[in-house]
Design a binder for this molecule. Sequence first.
Ligand code: GUN
Ligand code: ZN
Length: 438
Amino acid sequence: MSRLHALRGMTLSFNDDPGTSDQPHDGTVEFQKDGLIIIQEGRILHSGPASLLLETLPEGTPIDHWPDQLIMPGFIDPHLHYSQLDITASYGRQLLDWLNTYTFPEESRFSERAYADEIANAFLEQLLANGVTTALAFCTTHPASVEALFTAASDRNMRMLGGKVMMDRNAPEALCDTPETGIRDSRRLIEKWHDHGRLEYAITPRFAPTSTPEQLAATGRLLSDYPGMVMQTHLSENRQEVDWVASLFPEARDYLDVYSQYHLVRPRAIFAHGIHIDDDVRQRLADDGGAIAFCPSSNLFLGSGLFDWRSAREQEVRVGIASDIGAGTSFSPFQTLQDAYKVGQLSHQPLTPWQAFYAYTLGNARVLDIDHHIGSLDAGKEADITVINPRATPMLARKDRHDPTLMEQLFNLMILGDERCISATYIMGRKIYDAQNS
Ligand code: GUN
Ligand code: ZN
């Protein structure tokens, strides 16, 4: 038998959606005050109570012991832009001005491979320091930007999804491709990187305003050649943007319909934002299997609006929670969840801690349809794991003196936590980030 090793601590994982009430649905939460996760060849062999599993471990098996720390599946971020790392926290604009003023100039720099490499590596280090082990990322128009991200992810053996932005209008010349080159470059990158180790290519038309009908049609044809592939874009984030789409595509019923006309609304299609939508759009998203990435930090930062999660839930639209770096302002899932909670409060739909932590693990894995690989601590899953210190900051330490329940402890983390709470991050069972050494 090949070598085993184990992690020991408070283990927390979800088997299913816990629902929206303060009490999670029976059987959805898997928690062990003293749990053990046994790992073999990068995968979880067993997880459960340490008292039972320790007896089964061969003598001398190495154990990383994290007493009173929470051990969870690595967090999953289903929408962000790695190329926007350095323009995070850019002042004073809403979406369309923000794109023109800050985003496009920065993205232009990614034609240079060395620059893309530097940002890609720094970006992945940020993810890992925040306990995020997988993301679905926008790159830029340049194939070099995808090469840089996938090389850096592959070096760390991370499960990573991403793709080259396609846009052929309404952006600076240097950032535009054409329907032909956009598809040709995407195909080349797919052949090289898709399913290469733990990497997945994602077909990436930026959003309706920056693609001609010809490019969207070509994108639909590309997707029909790769029917199981993720498609990522943006939908109804900002009112000005929605009006612009209506003027650019006068024949479309609404914004979503632009994508539907080109066969882009389907399972594994991830639409970031989806704020300014109605019941009819939600119904079509649910019927066609498309998902929304709710990006609360970004939506507040750009003044885009308040996502209506309750209606999405009621209409059975798949919804993930995402940072949307660099319009979102933090890599930390705790901070993003804090913003999601506050957005929810404004419409009397507070996010429960159960729902929050489910969303950032198994929920987002399901949204991306990668839950057969990651998202929980079940036997057979890849051992992407994060270790969380619930007393990492002075405020959290104070709160912890009051003997919180698990629900309270999770809520304290999502409201008061940040990257200081991440003690370690493991990729395929290997400790790749340790706060002690950073
Ligand atoms: N819509 C089109 N491109 C972008 C982007 O880069 N960020 C955000 N937040 N919205 C977009
Ligand atoms: Zn985005």
